[in-house]
Design a binder for this molecule. Structure first.
Ligand code: AMP
Ligand code: MG
Length: 407
């Protein structure tokens, strides 16, 4: 009798353990704010000024003091002209100042009347709609106050965050260094696009697709990638590739060969050169997942089936790489959504089903959920996170992970 199979690890447990092995890379570097999109901030950004620096007009129009209008039958002489970027003299009481969007509010003025609500007379202006105090004035510091922390260390920089950093005068930013990742695919059946034409493919051969999306995903996550290509299904070749990859890299990422077939050499090779700490997770697709160390370097082995590889990357490798870069928010974002499909067969494993939002506010499911069908991940715009043992009926609320939030 064969020994009982060890229970597969639940995803949350495996992820917590995996993240426990990762710590932020110690090296920091200064980069131009222009070039910092996607990088991870390694300093708190504290503002040395108010943004905007002074009260300014949010309209083209006339700045005035509301109290002056009560006694002036709605007509005020125009006493100065203030354009954006110029300095304003104090308002002459009983007058209005011509003002443009972004120009500083003159001392003594407490409102702006937009030009559409004014009639220009000779050297004077008639106010057709009496303003309320504060109208069309953007207050100094209403975006950022002096001394405020606008972005904290561990924030991943978005285009909007770069703008915010620039708005407080930051030309350079301190960020975490990029993780260096060595990537290779295993499989004697794999052929590179361009190496062999489709009509000349030998029986059993397939094109290497994982290499393309894994490399792209790594680059999007801010990594430097050493692409080591395809490694044959032999123990000696696997050992050689792992040894080479362990040098000068923070992470070795592989796809395929991580099951227990005779042609799967990843597990024994990692055990020979280091140790395996995680092995197989109770998710579908994506059961064959491995974490370990090879000569001190992090090692992650992803399944060969393309969708399994893709899904395990998003759920496990993504937060791991974010943690290496010092990111504080590591949780995979998900939202509540309504199933516009039935999923009558529950699985013992937690499932990640490829689905797409429809224009009726629900989720449609891709018809073929096989782990080899990469079309599902292109057709879909996210994953339904379906708990173990759960069936789904049309109209049920489900958790949905939009790809856009994790790419
Ligand atoms: P493995 O995990 O090596 O047993 O592979 C599982 C399945 O995924 C097999 O059908 C492989 O042919 C396929 N596969 C493995 N690696 C790749 C790859 N890089 N690109 C496309 N398919 C792959
Ligand atoms: Mg294989």
């Amino acid at each position: 009798m064969s020994p009982p199979r060890p229970a597969l690890r639940p995803l949350d447990e495996a992820l917590a353990e995996l993240l426990g092995f990762a710590s932020a890379l110690p090296e920091l570097e200064s980069v131009a704010t222009f070039d910092a999109d996607g990088r991870v901030l390694a300093q708190d950004l504290v503002s040395a000024l108010h943004v905007p620096p002074q009260d300014n007009s949010s309209m083209d129009g006339y700045a005035l003091c509301c109290a002056d209008l009560a006694s002036a039958s709605g007509v005020l002489p125009v006493s100065q002209r203030i354009a954006a970027g110029s300095a304003a003299a104090p308002l002459v009481r009983g007058s209005a100042a011509r003002i443009f969007t972004g120009a500083p509010i003159p001392a003594g003025a407490d409102a702006v009347v937009m030009q559409e609500d004014c009639e220009l007379l000779d050297g004077a202006v008639r106010i057709k709609a009496p303003p309320l105090p504060g109208q069309w004035i953007r207050r100094a510091g209403e975006d950022v106050t002096l001394g405020a922390t606008v972005l904290a260390s561990g924030a991943r920089l978005t285009p909007a965050a770069l703008g915010l950093a620039a708005s407080i005068g930051m030309a350079d930013l301190l960020v975490r260094r990029r993780p260096r990742v060595a990537l290779f695919s295993t499989g004697d059946e794999l052929v590179m696009p361009g190496a062999v034409a489709a009509v000349d493919m030998k029986p059993g051969a397939i094109y290497n697709s994982n290499r393309f999306f894994l490399r792209a995903l790594l680059l999007r996550l801010g990594c430097e990638v050493t692409d080591m290509g395809i490694v044959p299904d032999r123990l000696d070749a696997t050992l050689l590739a792992l040894r080479e990859a362990a040098d000068q890299h923070d992470l070795i990422l592989t796809s395929g060969g991580v099951s227990v077939g005779e042609e799967d050499h990843i597990k024994p090779a990692v055990q020979a050169l280091g140790q395996l700490a995680l092995w197989q997770i109770a998710i579908k697709p994506g059961k064959p997942f491995a974490y370990g160390r090879v000569q001190g370097t992090h090692f992650i082995g992803l399944p060969g089936n393309p969708v399994s590889s893709y899904v395990t990357f998003l759920l496990l490798v993504r937060p791991f790489l974010l943690k290496l870069q010092g990111v504080t928010e590591l949780a995979t974002p998900s939202i509540a959504a309504t199933a516009h499909f039935d999923w009558p067969r529950a699985d013992r494993r937690r499932e990640f089903l490829r689905a797409r939002r429809n224009d009726a506010g629900g989720l449609d499911l891709f018809a073929n959920q096989s782990s080899g069908v990469l079309t599902s991940a292109v057709w879909g715009d996210g994953l339904v996170d379906n708990p173990p043992g759960q069936t789904v009926q049309y109209g049920d609320s489900v958790r949905f992970i939009p790809f856009a939030e994790v790419l």
